[in-house]
Ligand binder design. Sequence first.
Ligand SMILES: [Zn+2]
Ligand SMILES: [Zn+2]
Ligand SMILES: [Zn+2]
Length: 320
Amino acid sequence: MTDLWEESLNGIQPTVDIKTGKVTYPEANARLDEQDGAPVDVLEMLAEQDRLHREFQEKQYICPRCETKGMQYTSACPSCGSPETIRTERYRHTECDHEGMEEQFVDDDDIVCPECEIGLKSLDQLESDAANSCQNCDLIFESAEHRLRCRDCHLVTQPTRAAERILYQYYLTDQGAQWVEEQLTARQLVVETFKNRTMRTEIDTTVRTSSGEEIPVHVYAQDELLDDHIIAAVHERPYESDIAHLLTVAVDMDAHALLVTTSGTVVGEDIDQLDTDGRLTILEMTSDGVLQRNYETIADPTAQNSFVGRLTNIFKPQTS
Ligand SMILES: [Zn+2]
Ligand SMILES: [Zn+2]
Ligand SMILES: [Zn+2]
């Protein structure tokens, strides 16, 4: 989101593997952690929140038999259904009404009507019509049927039998830009707060837990003199689970935990109970950009972790 906001990234485009039909979002994939879930799900979630807007890129068809994505268009024989048809011309000699394919009129280098045996200067002297010829059943026909063919199981089917999937490109909305700005402002306030206390501060870094796992964190600050350190996270509306994750890492590293809520609210019920040894500080970023110890706790509005909850996951320090 920051890269989109800074315009170092223009948009997020799907890439379709021509051989397999598999769709990936490389720009999103490179910027998400495994725990965030499938990039397309994250993008869709952000789109539903109006933080990204979608633009049609292409439509994919999914095989009704094996579910492989990206069926290919093919024309097919109306009689036997084979896709092995070729476009050709059907010729008619107006003098004798004989009709036939090119090879019937071409005899070595000469062009001769096989019916009345009159020689012709070129095929241009014959009337011609577009036609198709089936290599499988030898039928000559005017127009082919529209079909889709599976790259994997080779099923040839009517387009209406295949499920459709639309692929989108994603761009940052104004609302999304505002949200990124707010999150970054809050992070910057945290950084300045630490720097004012002459702490060594790292932004968007990772910390190593006792088990050797690298955990991404928003801000990590160290006071080398006093051998103190703080892990800080910025969330729009942190959930209890976000706080629990932050605390797990902080406990493991024997660090303080600082959580900033940019909405001024925290979602959950037993937040005080999570912080058994008093290492957690929760601050609110006010609308005029000040950090203060004043936030509101609200009950989970959706019971089943909402979009916002899933969204904050993207920015939270992850634990396994
Ligand atoms: Zn045929
Ligand atoms: Zn003829
Ligand atoms: Zn298939």
